[in-house]
Unconditional design. Structure first.
Length: 260
């Protein structure tokens, strides 16, 4: 039952499927994700579909989509006390054309789940090991490959993840706001991600997940607040597009002009 619940959660909420529906425009399978030529071809196709000026915007968007995979690990560990196998060897990546946009969908070869220990001390050690494994052996090689192929600095790619994670975090908090046990687990998981994982896990001088979220007023609904993106998503490098309203490169004056 738990495995089926996880399968459905991943499919519905995290764009992470075990069975592909539809025919992809392009795909990367397992270890070919790290093949420079394969990745370059994939990004070129994606760049054309989103009308990007170069591969940097395709690489940034790719990483943003990959944020759903990172968020899936955070969610499943928090809610199910389990961790799906998110190794690169178990992942496939597909470009799927939807109505009006192009989606990057991630597919698991097998839905393999590792369960957390029952005792609190063992669970803490297990959580750190799971996130260490994911960020050092899945996320880091992928991001470094994207950086090499596109020429976009790794810091700009890592910087896409906190924004994606924050968006999913809001969903978790809304769904489980009255369940104290889940919220405590979320806090513990975020502590590991932001404060326990060392910079060398990411190949950087600091942990890129440890960031401060800045908020601004919603342009259309004054009662709501919006989180400013951690780094620019490079949307302005697409044909006919400009900076997002929540782009960190915009100041108050630019946002006022954007809103008008």
């Amino acid at each position: 039952m738990m495995r089926e619940g996880i399968r459905e959660e991943l499919r519905v909420h995290f764009n992470l499927v075990d069975k592909l529906h539809g025919v992809p425009v392009a795909s990367l399978y397992g270890d070919s994700i790290l093949d420079w030529e394969e990745m370059s071809s994939f990004l070129s196709t994606y760049q054309q579909l989103i009308e990007g000026h170069d591969q940097t915007v395709a690489a940034a968007y790719f990483t943003s989509w990959f944020g759903s995979v990172a968020a899936a690990l955070q969610y499943i560990v928090t809610v199910y006390d389990a961790a799906p196998n998110l190794s690169l060897a178990n992942l496939n990546v597909h470009l799927m054309q939807e109505m009006g946009y192009t989606r990057i969908t991630f597919q698991l070869e097998k839905l393999e789940v590792d369960l957390a220990p029952n005792d609190s001390e063992g669970r803490s050690v297990w959580i750190e090991a799971e996130f260490n494994r994911f960020y050092s052996l899945t996320a880091r090689p992928l991001i470094e490959c994207l950086s090499y192929v596109s020429g976009l600095h790794v810091s700009m790619l890592w910087g896409q993840l906190p924004t994606a994670l924050e968006n999913y975090r809001e969903n978790i908090c809304e769904a489980f706001q009255h369940e104290e046990a889940v919220m405590r687990k979320l806090t513990a998981v975020e502590h590991v991600m932001q404060n326990v994982l060392t910079p060398n896990v990411f190949g950087l001088g600091k942990n890129p997940l440890c960031v401060r979220t800045r908020m601004i007023n919603h342009p259309l609904e004054p009662s709501k607040r919006l989180a400013i993106k951690n780094v620019c998503c490079l949307q302005y490098l697409r044909q006919g597009r400009s900076y997002c309203y929540t782009c960190p490169r915009l100041g108050k004056k630019e946002r006022a002009n954007w809103k008008s």
